[in-house]
Design a protein around this ligand. Sequence first.
Ligand code: SAM
Length: 337
Amino acid sequence: MAIAPPSLHKYLYAKYPCVSHDFRFRHSLRFSCRPFRFTARASSTVSLETDLSIQKNQTEETDLFSCPVCYEPLIRKGPPGLNLAAIYRSGFKCKQCDKSYSSKDTYLDLTVTAGLRDYTEVKPAGTELFRSPFVSFVYERGWRQNFNRRGFPGPDEEFRMAQEYFKPVEGGILVDVSCGSGLFSRKFVKSGTYSGVIALDFSENMLRQCNDFIEQDASILASNIALVRADVSRLPFSSGSVDAVHAGAALHCWPSPLNAVAEISRILRSGGVFVGSTFLRYTSSTPRIIRPFRERILQNYSYLTEEEIEALCTSCGLTNYTRNIQQSFIMFSAQKP
Ligand SMILES: C[S@@+](CC[C@H](N)C(=O)[O-])C[C@H]1O[C@@H](n2cnc3c(N)ncnc32)[C@H](O)[C@@H]1O
């Protein structure tokens, strides 16, 4: 006899104690928690004791994380929950590809190269630079503050602006793509606005920094946050499964912004919101005579124009494009129809 899964409320309350009391989130949790499937089986002689032991060592099936090769939902074995401890103790497997994924150090490695020994791939400079332990260490300790000189308003204001754009998806699952050392992931978690935050980056060292910062704050450590290593052009989520994607100061670092935005569009559910920020290649005040030089000088990074960013979003099927520009800084938002 199959034991019925715990009631949705009981399950959600255990996973999201801070939000399940809040009426504001009840509606949105309908979709935000949809990715989780829960199965537990036992023989017909069921006592309360067996029930509890199953809940302790449960085999959970979840389709929040998917295989980066075939995008089929991964089968998870281990304790349930979207938090560092539970994910660290869980193993993930793709039945289609017969590939296993697990946590390395402090993050869950969901890159296609996870577990590969005899293959090394060097990514373009915008990706490789941030894999360095040194750059990862100094990033939040001075490096990012320099962005202000090019018009970035600073993390507090950028966070406030992003939260405005994310209003339609409050209570949902947010993926902070290219999170770096987690500057914004931590703010999203602390805001209590989302039922879960996935801090995702390609850089192993950025994710280690991210973990170090999280460990310094007990309230974040106890929250629904996951650290995932993945490539923005192979996001480990099923199509239409995510409510919100944030990508701060990242688009210019991606090997192909077009593939990345297409991927983000794929994982967003209908009504889901994408918010990104980056440096513009030039603005309307940049003298025409120096624009071609900026294109040549900056060719290690994909600095785009405002028009190109809008075209990128539109060609990837995103609508309601809107943006905020200040010198070279642009924050834009687009929605999955
Ligand atoms: C300038 S940092 C931005 C960090 C943070 N979001 C912020 O707002 O400060 C750019 C990040 O993009 C990440 N990145 C570069 N290429 C990537 C890729 N192919 N997939 C995922 N992340 C990538 C880097 O590792 C780095 O952490």
